[in-house]
Write a protein that binds this ligand. Structure first.
Ligand code: GUN
Length: 283
């Protein structure tokens, strides 16, 4: 293996220490305690784990954290009423509704109902528009975490060829925008892309977010490229693995994120950062 391992766990811990210090200062100087409200509807086991981890992370840095549970038969009106209540609660600086929602509930309606000043996922139209324009309020959590990993690893982005594989609203599209806003030349690939390997082999930086175990192989990567793996999958043996075939990729890349301990820990860290931003600059 030749690649340097990008230690997301350590970089995330360092960023959380900074957030905890800034939180203590905000509390002592202005009497503000950042507060995050998380809504979970139904009992999706993966969502349960994410929500528990978000709660734990909030408590560790000194935030208030509230979890609102609605059962899977909750109506859109019930969910909307809860969001309205949290929108007008001054102790709540960030609101997040864990996705996916059970069938029958509109994710779009929920996302658009959260006040843009409290939309710490940066999923709503106003914050997405801001990302497009480079006029950020909140950075989208996973892409922002990846930018921090690149920065902390001393990887230059300006002028580089970046390829993002995946075009989701949560990762692929905003990732492409952040890289573009940092002066990379960006290509977005997806399931209908023809000649994917030729495109990825041109890349200095590859961000892979396709949700398919071991999808990106070493022979699809230019020697010396930086490889960022956003995936979190289980292979046939039940082993946790990313979207990148780590062993073959690490023989070619100059730097690579591992699974676990790469991008994963950064996402919640950036959610904490956004909540602190909301509390510091909010209403
Ligand atoms: N489900 C999976 N990832 C996320 C996320 O970052 N935010 C929300 N709200 N739901 C998710």
């Amino acid at each position: 293996m030749t690649a340097k391992i990008i230690d997301g766990k350590a970089m995330s811990a360092a960023e959380r220490r900074k957030i905890a210090e800034e939180t203590a200062k905000l509390k002592s100087e202005r009497g503000i305690v950042p507060g995050l409200a998380v809504i979970i509807v139904g009992n999706n086991p993966a969502s349960e784990i994410y929500v528990r981890n978000k709660h734990k992370a909030c408590i560790e840095v000194g935030f208030n954290s509230w979890i609102y549970r609605l059962n899977e038969n909750a109506s859109q009106d019930e969910l909307n009423a809860l969001i309205d209540r949290l929108n007008s609660d001054d102790n709540v600086h960030g609101i997040l509704c864990q996705l996916p929602l059970p069938g029958g509930l509109s994710e779009e309606e929920v996302i658009d109902r959260i006040s843009p000043e409290k939309d710490v996922d940066a999923f709503g139209m106003e914050n997405v528009g801001r990302i497009m324009l480079g006029r950020y309020r909140f950075l989208p959590c996973t892409p922002a975490g990846i930018m921090l990993l690149l920065r902390e690893s001393g990887i230059d982005i300006g002028g580089k060829r970046a390829v993002v594989i995946g075009r989701s609203n949560i990762v692929g599209k905003p990732m492409a925008m952040l890289l573009l806003n940092s002066d990379a030349t960006v290509t977005v690939c997806h399931s209908k892309t023809v000649g994917l390997s030729e495109i990825t082999r041109e890349a200095d930086i590859i961000v892979c977010a396709v949700g398919k175990a071991d999808f990106l192989k070493g022979d699809m990567i230019k020697p010396g490229a930086v490889v960022i793996d956003v995936g979190m999958n289980r292979n046939e043996d039940g082993k946790l693995c990313g979207d990148v075939d780590f062993d073959s990729a690490a023989n070619v890349a100059s730097a690579i994120t591992p699974i676990p301990g790469g991008v994963g820990p950064m996402t919640i860290t950036m959610l904490l950062r956004n909540t602190l931003t909301a509390a510091t600059h909010g209403l």
